[in-house]
Design a protein around this ligand. Structure first.
Ligand SMILES: *[C@@H]1O[C@H](CO)[C@@H](O)[C@H](O)[C@H]1NC(C)=O
Ligand SMILES: *[C@@H]1O[C@H](CO)[C@@H](O)[C@H](O)[C@H]1NC(C)=O
Ligand SMILES: *[C@@H]1O[C@H](CO)[C@@H](O)[C@H](O)[C@H]1NC(C)=O
Ligand SMILES: *[C@@H]1O[C@H](CO)[C@@H](O)[C@H](O)[C@H]1NC(C)=O
Ligand SMILES: *[C@@H]1O[C@H](CO)[C@@H](O)[C@H](O)[C@H]1NC(C)=O
Ligand SMILES: *[C@@H]1O[C@H](CO)[C@@H](O)[C@H](O)[C@H]1NC(C)=O
Ligand SMILES: *[C@@H]1O[C@H](CO)[C@@H](O)[C@H](O)[C@H]1NC(C)=O
Ligand SMILES: *[C@@H]1O[C@H](CO)[C@@H](O)[C@H](O)[C@H]1NC(C)=O
Length: 467
């Protein structure tokens, strides 16, 4: 026994020496591979979570990076075991898309400046000048990317996994599905990808989905005359964003970008800075590449540019102007009218509207979320409060990335109907309500004023004299 023990100890000692040596070798390996360059090893730019409306869905839901079909069961459980899901409405944003014409022009400008003027010996700059190609062109104008189709087909599978009794083949066959989309090609392509996702999940290619286009509902912002006159077509409506462009925070970003390129400060306008940031964002969103453009920005720069984007959305689609939210009155009533119909039908046990899928834009979702009172900070975002708004709730990177989705699920429970809201597959609490799935009646009480008013016609029509 003693002998054996002795041997064992010796062996253990030797083993631990070997292990220690191995550790040193492995350790030096990992030091080598990390290099001096923390970004060089990752597909994901360090600034990826600041891309605002150009952000990837995975940044808002990082667990999807390990498993794109992962569903967090605790987020989609019924409020209690006696509850039965009777209806789901999902309002979606289209998937990852190519940039629009306007931005492609600025992208070409910063690229040509980098080619002709930039100086410096960093490898990322050489990559930009010799390896990177200007692969964006004006024909791409806002179209869906393959990544955007994948966004929606994966989302379809996750939603069907989350709510299998609602998003079911049987409900589709029985015409208990309603699918509506904006007529924009990126939305139509997104809804087709969503349908394909379900067809693949159900291993059935002969299903008929029958989606209809409805711009009155999904592109209400194009039809609200007051919104067009007061905001969309009003050069002073976004003054706070314009002012922020000349604030020290933005100027500092411009100077840092100019320094990194070794060009005169006067050559780097805010438009060019934004274009370079977009090049990083689009290379990543579309191709999952950590582009050399990303090296022009550190985290602080990215936060400043995120704020610039949030200022735009806040004043153009959010709380900045009251008409922004009111322009979504028709979508609001469409939702609650349907929930009311389902509530009534469920009393008779004959719900036919089990599933409503609506495909739109960031410009569709943000006004509605704002109308519903979500993500409202105490003070408005403006050009001079970047620092005090650091912890703001209105942060589009988290609210409205590509494939963003607002999901409302109505449950029939012993104590009455309950309504659960999810944004990007995470619980969303109704303003001033502490229950994750309050009684439907309670939700309606909170929105009483809107339910009784909020007329699209009244809010959006202009007096004859102003037309
Ligand atoms: C799942 O959701 C719960 C509740 O929202 C949360 O606490 C938890 O961190 C989530 N888990 C993962 C892996 O995301
Ligand atoms: C780039 O830097 C090198 C060395 O500092 C210098 O000789 C050269 O003139 C610079 N080129 C431009 C275009 O500024
Ligand atoms: C344009 O916006 C400014 C600032 O919000 C506002 O004062 C002005 O009335 C608007 N103009 C029109 C024509 O709506
Ligand atoms: C916005 O204003 C421009 C002129 O500044 C005009 O050409 C355009 O038709 C207007 N758009 C709408 C929707 O009124
Ligand atoms: C860069 O700035 C210089 C003046 O500092 C100007 O002469 C030149 O035209 C600018 N070049 C570009 C590409 O903007
Ligand atoms: C409520 O549902 C019943 C049964 O489906 C139907 O007959 C009735 O018209 C509905 N009432 C309202 C107000 O929708
Ligand atoms: C929530 O409650 C606060 C304080 O009572 C009130 O000012 C605010 O308007 C409420 N928000 C909504 C959306 O009802
Ligand atoms: C911006 O907001 C701050 C509060 O966060 C306020 O003190 C300041 O007056 C506002 N500036 C403008 C120009 O409205």
């Amino acid at each position: 026994m003693r002998h054996l023990l002795f041997l064992n100890n010796t062996m253990l000692n030797k083993l631990s020496l070997v292990l220690a040596a191995l550790n040193i070798i492995l350790g030096s390996f990992s030091i080598c591979s990390a290099g001096n360059d923390p970004q060089a090893n990752s597909n994901i730019p360090a600034i990826a979570k600041y891309f605002g409306t150009k952000g990837r869905y995975e940044e808002a839901n990082p667990h999807l990076l390990d498993d794109i079909l992962y569903v967090n069961k605790s987020n989609v459980e019924p409020p209690s075991s006696d509850c039965k899901a009777v209806h789901i409405t999902a309002i979606l944003r289209h998937g990852t898309r190519f940039p629009s014409k306007k931005y492609i022009k600025y992208m070409k400008n910063i690229y040509s400046l980098v080619l002709t003027k930039a100086n410096g010996s960093e490898s990322w700059l050489r990559d930009l000048q010799t390896q990177w190609n200007m692969w964006y062109n004006e024909e791409m104008d806002g179209r869906i990317a393959q990544k955007g189709r994948d966004d929606l087909s994966h989302l379809a599978v996750r939603l069907a996994t989350s709510f299998p009794t609602l998003l079911s083949e049987e409900n589709l066959r029985n015409n208990h599905f309603q699918i509506i989309t904006s007529s924009k090609h990126r939305c139509v392509d997104s809804i087709k990808a969503f349908e394909e996702g379900l067809a693949n999940l159900w291993k059935n290619e002969d299903l008929e989905f029958n989606h209809g286009e409805n711009d009155e509902l999904m592109r209400f912002f194009d039809q609200c005359r007051r919104f067009i006159q007061n905001v969309a077509n009003n050069s002073t409506a976004l003054t706070e964003m314009d002012l922020f462009r000349s604030k020290p925070e933005m100027r500092r970003v411009q100077e840092k970008v100019a320094d990194r390129l070794q060009v005169p400060y006067s050559n780097i306008t805010t438009d060019l800075v934004e274009a370079a940031f977009l090049l990083c964002a689009y290379d990543f969103a579309i191709k999952t590449e950590n582009s050399p453009w990303c090296r022009l920005f550190d985290e602080e720069d990215a936060q400043v540019l995120e704020y610039l984007n949030d200022l735009k959305q806040f004043w153009k689609r959010g709380y900045g102007h009251d008409i922004n939210r009111k322009s979504s009155c028709s979508l609001f009533h469409d939702l609650f009218n349907r929930l009311d119909r389902v509530a009534n039908a469920s009393r008779f046990g004959q719900v036919t509207e089990a599933v409503t899928i609506q495909m739109g834009h960031a410009e569709t979702l943000l006004p509605l979320l704002t109308l519903l009172g979500f993500f409202k900070d105490e003070l408005p975002l403006n050009s001079s409060n970047y620092a005090s708004q650091r912890d703001r709730m209105f942060r589009t990177s988290r609210i409205i990335p590509y494939a963003a989705n607002l999901v409302l699920v109505l449950y029939d429970c012993t104590e009455g109907l309950r309504l659960q809201a999810l944004l990007n597959e995470k619980p969303l609490y109704f303003p001033n309500v502490s229950h994750p799935a309050p009684l439907y009646h309670t939700v309606k009480q909170g929105y009483q004023e809107l339910l009784q008013g909020c007329s699209f016609k009244k809010e959006c029509e202009l007096p004859t004299s102003e037309r």
